[in-house]
Design a protein around this ligand. Structure first.
Ligand SMILES: Cc1cc2nc3c(=O)[nH]c(=O)nc-3n(C[C@H](O)[C@H](O)[C@H](O)COP(=O)(O)OP(=O)(O)OC[C@H]3O[C@@H](n4cnc5c(N)ncnc54)[C@H](O)[C@@H]3O)c2cc1C
Length: 484
């Protein structure tokens, strides 16, 4: 049976209003669209509860809000046709990659149709000579790298999860490599997007740079599916480095580790990865990934380049680390040791649950200018202690970006309130330091409330103006990023 979300909420807190004079609104509208989609896509439209639940939020404490149906389109034209059907009846459309976003991004608070893009996995072209490729959004980052490896190329952005490239564009994701290779905003050359009225636009050509008009590409990067559905992506690629070396080093305190990071970045060492793990996070990794790392604050590093340049970078970093009280700098020279170490780092989100079995882990991220990093992390650690929380810290600190992973019993209202207060304070601290409420995870539902403090009312109003202009019916992922 179809559970219809639209009817439940004729006018709701997310600012979505439907005309009561429209006889085809609400439940009728959704049912009509589902029938139309079924006759068009057949079994590629699914309404069973288990599948719908998999397409609401599943990874964090944000309450799941499943869509009314899930459609699996196969091409840009099909996406356009589906969006036109939804627009005709003002039915919400929520894009879905792999569902690993952390702030309730894929929830359907007003019901509607989830567009699962996982079947759009074509690699349309790889232009090795231009270092770019054109792909469909359902490719995951690991699938893409598998495809590219034989040509000596790789795509560097690596969020902990094996996310879809479409989802990564839509959340402006990054990961451990961003300090060297940038974030999704630096790696996308052009997009094909289906607009809320079904029109198909191409935002740019493949040229590495362009001054031709408004930068439409970057309008859609980080828009979280609120302005359109991305159906084709032109990505910038990199050559696989000739030499890679990775290592770990322990520090007497988180402040000493952060100060070493700040000095490394300020000195201009082109480090490829520089990740902070506090003592609690190291303990979690030891438990979860069966490692035996010394349990003290730690930096995990990687250098890319020629043999000589990697050696030089490592030597220069070694001197800085020693100046900040680093113990032994241990190298992971074998590729399998490196993979094990970085996989453990990528599993940080799940590993913290080993510290408190049965608890839910929340992953929240902020980012500050690098010069404020040590201060922000130290103050946050003090807050964690004073509030009596268990909240490991881990982060892409080369960018000033770190994550806190508070553990919470979601059945305990007092604990939930305390963790929410902690996150509010963390965000306020980062914004007060000229930072941001999220460096990479995005806004979704849970971080909407911080945007006005961060950007100011006029900038937020400009975002609303853009949303209203592009999506006047508010059908694209309503209730996310900005309320209109
Ligand atoms: C263990 C773990 C570790 C993580 N580590 C990181 C990290 O290091 N860095 C980081 O940045 N993030 C991280 N994340 C968060 C998450 O992986 C990223 O936000 C990722 O980019 C989401 O991709 P997805 O395919 O899962 O997107 P989804 O969750 O499916 O969707 C995310 C948003 O994008 C929209 N969307 C999806 N596809 C499209 C499309 N084709 N067109 C338009 N809109 C679309 C959706 O509507 C939604 O609003 C982590 C998550 C987990 C669970």
């Amino acid at each position: 049976m179809v559970m219809v979300g639209l009817l439940k909420q004729a006018e709701d807190t997310h600012g979505f209003h439907r005309s009561s004079s429209n006889p085809d609104s609400g439940e009728n509208a959704v049912l009509t669209v589902i029938h139309e989609l079924q006759s068009k896509l057949g079994t590629r439209v699914v309404t069973n509860l288990a599948v719908r639940e998999q397409h609401g939020n599943t990874v964090t404490w944000v309450k799941a809000e499943p869509p009314d149906a899930v459609a699996f389109p196969d091409s840009t034209q099909e996406v356009s046709d589906i969006v036109k059907l939804c627009a005709a009846r003002r039915v919400p459309v929520i894009a879905f990659g792999t569902g690993t976003s952390l702030e309730g991004h894929v929830n359907a608070p007003l019901g509607g149709i989830c567009l699962d893009l996982s079947q759009m996995k074509r690699v349309i072209a790889v232009h090795a000579e231009d270092l770019d490729c054109v792909i469909e959004p359902g490719n995951t980052r690991k699938e893409l790298n598998e495809h590219l490896r034989d040509q000596g190329l790789f795509f560097p952005i690596d969020p902990g999860a094996d996310a879809s490239i479409g989802g990564m564009v839509a959340t402006r994701a990054s990961g451990t490599n961003a300090v060297r290779y940038g974030t999704m905003k630096d790696c996308v050359l052009a997009l094909t997007v289906v607009l809320p009225n079904g029109d198909i636009v191409k935002t740019a050509q493949r040229a590495k740079k362009s001054s031709a008009g408004y930068d439409l590409t970057h309008l859609f990067i980080g828009a979280e599916g609120t302005l359109g559905i991305i159906t084709e992506i032109t990505l910038r690629l990199h050559g696989i480095p000739e030499a890679i070396s990775a290592g770990v080093c322990q520090f007497p305190s988180v402040k000493a580790a952060c100060d070493a990071v700040i000095a490394t970045i300020q000195t201009g060492i082109p480090v490829a990865r520089i990740e902070l793990l506090d003592q609690m996070q190291v303990r979690a990794l030891n438990l979860f990934s069966k490692l035996d790392l010394p349990e003290s604050p730690m930096l995990l590093l990687e250098f890319h380049g020629s043999d000589a340049s990697v050696q030089e970078q490592a030597d220069r970093f070694g001197e800085i680390a020693a100046d900040h009280g680093c113990g032994k700098f241990e190298w992971a020279t074998k590729p399998e040791d490196r993979t094990r170490l970085w996989q453990a780092r990528h599993d940080a989100h799940w590993s913290v649950r080993a510290l408190r079995p049965g608890a839910n882990s929340i992953s929240t991220d902020v980012c500050v200018p690098i010069s404020r990093l040590a201060e922000c992390v130290e103050e946050t650690q003090r807050d964690i202690m004073e509030m009596g929380l268990l909240a490991p810290i881990v982060g892409h600190v080369g960018d000033g970006n770190f994550h806190c992973l508070p553990l919470v019993d979601t059945n305990n209202a007092d604990e939930v309130a305390k963790v929410q207060e902690f996150i509010d304070r963390l965000v306020a601290r980062a914004i007060a330091m000229n930072g941001t409420c999220t460096g990479e995870h995005g806004v979704g539902q849970k971080k909407m409330k911080y945007l006005e403090t961060e950007h100011g009312a006029p900038a937020l109003e400009l975002m609303r103006t853009l949303k209203r202009a592009i999506d006047p019916l508010n059908i694209m992922n309503p209730g996310k990023v900005v309320a209109v």
